[in-house]
Write a protein that binds this ligand. Structure first.
Ligand SMILES: [Mg+2]
Length: 428
């Protein structure tokens, strides 16, 4: 499956500012200027803050009861999370971005990567400015856009953009990039978590520049192949694919355009089962469970037929990381939104309300759970182990359908996975 196509010349990362808080404000102009926070569904922790709330010193993830006095004292508007609303606004933002560029890879509920080929890259700054302006005018949401040679540099650029005027560009090797890498702590790089940052510090690696300049064998020994990929990306070499990208902690998204348009419900069912499977793998990799799943289907914006787009939220009875339950929920969501007579171009799922799998609260329902649930962990662990060892998709659920189904995407855009698949290692 080696591809001869070269990776995009540039990447852009579009990121909505204070997304949940901004969504709450869209229909409540009276909240402009007033601090806003959003709470998680299950445990009442702060999951989103407006700039005013951030300025009050309210931290991400803080339990509501700990800051209750502060919230009252400053007349903070407090909301429970409303994923139906955020999902809808998210779709509008994504569709708006798609109206300006050919390919949009949604990464989380409020972020999307946009690959820019050579022709588009020549106008990258113009495209970023236009996208920012159009999203603001069409949806009312303010986005920050980072442009960079690789996804990792684009992500870093977006963080800088967020703190500045909303736009930032980091070309590998440019003086500005040098400067940024030298003052960015290694732990602030996309995909380098707290534990990894600690390992790096003990090895004398402190900044993004240190990571970039680190010897390949050394970084691989410290942080595995993922760390090596990150070092390559900081050097400007495209090395991280969406499927292997570090997940955003709030939502897991798996969605993709079809290889060929689909009109039958069965094709959508299979596609959604595949996405549920992929999302389930990522969920377990990160030791998380989800409490909600959203299904999203739509036709093409560019086709001749009528446009149709719909999403459904399915709340899971218990937080789960079991692929079988995710597939079931995806099917249930599809039942709610599927309409015959359209040519579907894209389907996807989003998992939300994520919480750590271990040490979470056990509720009464869980104690009286059916026996099947007791084997969930063992079954899923065995499944993941086989797929890790023999390749993704070695063991699959029948619900995903055949490997050569027409709706499946051709991976023609994918560059070789140089560092993660042995048969695709570059030959010298
Ligand atoms: Mg954001």
């Amino acid at each position: 499956m080696r591809s001869t196509k070269s990776p995009p010349a540039l990447w852009a990362l579009v990121d909505c500012n204070n997304f949940y808080a901004s969504c709450e404000r869209l229909f409540r102009p009276d909240l402009i200027g007033r601090p806003v926070v959003v709470l998680s569904n299950n445990d009442g922790c702060i999951v989103a803050r407006s700039n005013e709330a951030k300025a009050l010193g309210i931290n991400m993830g803080e339990p509501e009861f700990k800051v209750r006095d502060l919230l009252k004292q400053h007349n903070v508007a407090v909301f429970s999370s409303n994923y139906a609303l955020y999902g809808d606004i998210s779709n509008r933002v994504m569709l708006t971005v798609e109206s300006l560029v050919p390919v949009v890879e949604q990464y989380s509920i409020d972020e999307a990567f946009v690959p820019l080929d050579a022709a588009l890259a020549a106008n990258a700054d113009e495209i970023a400015r236009a996208t920012r302006e159009r999203v603001r005018r069409w949806t009312g949401i303010v986005v920050s856009i980072g442009v960079g040679t690789t996804r990792t540099l684009a992500k870093l650029a977006s963080e800088i953009a967020k703190k500045g005027d909303g736009l930032c560009r980091l070309d590998a090797g440019s003086p500005e990039t040098e400067d940024v890498l030298a003052r960015t702590p290694a732990g602030d790089i996309w995909g380098i978590g707290r534990k990894s940052a600690l390992k790096l510090r003990m090895a004398g690696i402190y900044t993004a520049r240190d990571v970039r300049d680190c010897d390949n064998l050394k970084i691989r020994a410290l942080l595995n192949v993922n760390g090596l990929n990150t070092a390559f990306e900081l050097r400007g070499v495209h090395s991280i694919e969406m499927a292997d990208a570090p997940i955003s902690r709030r939502t897991i998204i798996s969605s993709r355009s079809f290889g060929a348009r689909a009109t039958e419900k069965e094709a959508l069912e299979e596609a959604l089962a595949m996405h549920a499977t992929l999302a389930g793998e990522r969920l377990r990799r990160e030791k998380l469970r989800a409490s909600g799943l959203a299904v999203h289907i739509r036709t093409s914006r560019h086709g001749n037929g009528p446009f149709y787009e719909q999403r459904a939220n399915v709340s899971l009875r218990l937080p789960t990381a079991d692929t079988r339950e995710l597939v079931r929920a995806a099917r249930q969501g599809l039942e709610a939104v599927f309409q015959r007579g359209y040519s579907y171009a894209k389907a996807g799922i989003m998992l939300y309300d994520l919480a750590p799998a271990e040490g979470g609260q056990t509720n009464l329902l869980e104690l009286i759970a059916p026996p099947a649930r007791l084997h969930e962990k063992e079954l899923m662990a065995a499944l993941d182990a086989v797929n890790r060892r023999f390749g993704r998709g070695t063991l699959r659920f029948a619900a995903e359908g055949k490997a050569d189904a027409a709706w499946r995407m051709q991976h023609s855009r994918r560059s070789p996975r140089w560092t993660t698949v042995w048969d695709e290692l570059p030959k010298v």
